[in-house]
Design a protein around this ligand. Structure first.
Ligand SMILES: [Zn+2]
Ligand SMILES: [Zn+2]
Length: 296
């Protein structure tokens, strides 16, 4: 679970829903507060308000509630710290109930569960841990060992209207696919797109259809980051050509959608116009990691 942004009604709904059930762990992927929008003062109050609910969620577990802060929480840069469960460390691992957890991609080993708030696009097709749980985009998705938990609650900026999403019950087994159960506490829809099925099952309410069909940049960003990482990780290389990147991106599919390569090349041509692009153009026309890469 994650992303409720200071709201407690969603946690109350979740607690109602899990009444009588016990889980090995509860994992919270961050955005407990709405500090970025409402300020640090309000966020400290929000932390104190959500704490008793999180306490009761921890009570539903055999081992513990484990958690990380999100970007809306300024990644924990507060006067006050949550006094509940186990915070997953930014570096190295913590062992809870025999399971190791980390917040650091660098600390991942085959038996470790990675929990990050951001999606870290680069790891989508290149992950060697046990599972990766994340949030932030409010676009839930399950693929391989990766689950983005969508959102519990967000408030529309202009109208003040609240949308409630859901949480997931996952059985993490040795080999994927994992058993992933979506539990809705409001409005969360499951999509399996014929064209984009290989990129996972989606759980969201932002679009009336597959998020990649609705906004192809979502697909382009993650494919760009993932292909770039595949070409540069462990290799002695910091830049790539468009051609290399397009070949690598196509290779990430068993059967790429027919329009994919053309769409990808067009995206790279205009990559400077996408403020969330993971890569930027270098002086000699190649592509390198952008200075401010949103979720690389
Ligand atoms: Zn969020
Ligand atoms: Zn689609």
């Amino acid at each position: 679970m994650g992303d409720h942004h200071g709201d407690t009604e969603s946690l109350r709904r979740l607690l109602d829903d899990v009444n009588g059930e016990t889980f090995d762990f509860a994992v919270h992927v961050g955005d407990f507060t709405n500090a970025v929008r409402q300020g640090r003062q309000a966020a400290v109050r929000q932390l104190r308000e959500v704490e008793p609910y999180l306490e009761r969620i921890a009570d539903r577990t055999r081992h513990d509630l484990v958690w990380v802060y999100g970007n809306r929480d300024y990644f924990g840069d507060f006067e006050y710290d949550l006094q509940v469960g186990t915070r997953i460390p930014k570096e190295g691992c913590v062992r809870v109930g025999g399971q190791r957890f980390t917040n650091s991609p660098a600390a991942v080993e085959s038996d470790v569960i990675l929990v990050t708030h951001m999606e870290t696009w680069r790891l989508l097709d290149h992950f060697n841990g046990r599972a990766h749980l994340c949030g932030n985009t409010h676009l839930g998705r399950y693929k391989g060992r990766r689950l983005n938990s969508g959102f519990l609650q967000y408030t529309h900026r202009e109208t003040g209207e609240q949308t409630f999403g859901g949480y997931f019950v996952v059985e993490i087994t040795e080999t994927p696919p994992f058993d992933v159960e979506m539990r809705c506490i409001g409005n969360l829809n499951r999509f399996e797109c014929d064209r984009h099925r290989e990129r996972g099952v989606q759980f969201q309410s932002a679009f009336e259809e597959c998020m990649y069909c609705a906004d192809s940049r979502i697909l382009m960003r993650e494919m760009t980051a993932s292909a770039f990482y595949g070409l540069t990780h462990g290799a002695n290389r910091g830049t790539v050509t468009d051609r290399m990147l397009a070949d690598a991106a196509v290779d990430l599919w068993d059967e790429p959608p027919v329009e994919f390569r053309g769409q990808f090349e067009t995206y790279l041509d205009g990559i400077e116009t996408d403020r969330y692009a993971p890569l930027a153009r270098t002086g000699d026309g190649k592509l390198a990691l952008a200075d401010e890469s949103y979720a690389y």
